[in-house]
Design a protein around this ligand. Structure first.
Ligand code: BTN
Length: 256
């Protein structure tokens, strides 16, 4: 890896239940350093958000976890890790599409909180587990699933892959290396200019500034996402004008 920190320790597994589980089981400092990357060519019980499963094709997609040991990241600012991860995956996907499709390639957006979409179809998901001690994030496991070469995806889930978008197979390991490089860039930026990370995240937010359909406490709700707060709650302007913050426990985008 041509990186200083992210991926300097690299663990490659043929098969595991979940790279996030593997990281959690080996989280001691002596086993996993800051920036360690655990890649599995196959995940037998991949985990998604909201206790869903994450499916990927053996040897075709990217499923990996990055272990972070932030210095002085307050628990209240934990969502900035999610922003860094989303920005890194967003950039990697956008670059991969541009290389083959020119500037007119599909539109890549971050769907709150940290799904990556290409033209409204999900191409990547992120699952973060934080370990908080004394109000500080002691360690974090950032699990990333990127659909790379799968071509049989569940269309009901509106999923896509780089191969489907680009029309030709992609080099998974080159993509992983690029992901680590750009992750390192956004991670470094978080230390030097966190406001820039915040601004970059909100700029790329799907449906920002336009009315979208949600479910709020299980009921249909229409609102306009404007930003996220430090806790990662989505700030949504309702049709009557007021802006309120909602967490994932109450709000989700309405299924299409
Ligand atoms: C989502 O639901 O969108 C989040 C999906 C996260 C999947 C990745 S794949 C690597 C890591 N290991 C897991 O079990 N999950 C994450």
């Amino acid at each position: 890896m041509h990186t200083k920190v992210i991926g300097a320790q690299f663990i490659e597994l043929a098969s595991v239940d979940s790279t996030n589980n593997y990281a959690a089981e080996h989280l001691s400092l002596s086993e996993l350093q800051h920036g360690a990357v655990i890649l599995a060519h196959d995940q037998t019980a991949g985990r998604g958000q909201r206790r869903r499963t994450w499916t990927s094709s053996n040897g075709l997609d990217l499923t990996y976890s990055i272990v972070l040991r932030p210095q002085g990241l307050k628990a209240a600012d934990h969502f900035r890790l999610g922003k860094v991860a989303a920005l890194a995956v967003h950039q990697t996907v956008e670059e991969a599409l541009k290389v083959t499709q020119g500037v007119g390639g599909g539109q890549v957006r971050i769907k709150w909180p940290n799904d990556i979409l290409v033209d409204r179809q999900k191409i990547a998901g992120i699952l973060i587990q934080n370990d908080v001690v004394g109000g500080q994030v002691q360690s974090a496991i950032v699990g990333i699933g990127l659909n790379v070469n799968s071509s049989e995806l569940n269309h009901e889930h509106h999923a896509t892959s780089l191969r489907l978008e680009v029309g030709q197979p992609q080099d998974r390991m080159a993509l992983l290396e690029r992901l680590c490089q750009v992750f390192e860039h956004w991670w470094d930026l978080l230390a030097s200019d966190p406001a820039q990370v915040d601004a970059s995240y909100v700029e790329r937010l799907w449906a920002r500034g336009r009315y979208a359909d949600f479910e709020l406490d299980g009921q249909p709700f229409t609102g306009r996402p404007v930003d996220v707060d430090a806790d990662g709650r989505l700030l949504v302007e309702g049709e009557a004008g007021g802006v309120l913050a909602y967490g994932l426990d109450r709000l989700r985008f309405a299924p299409r």
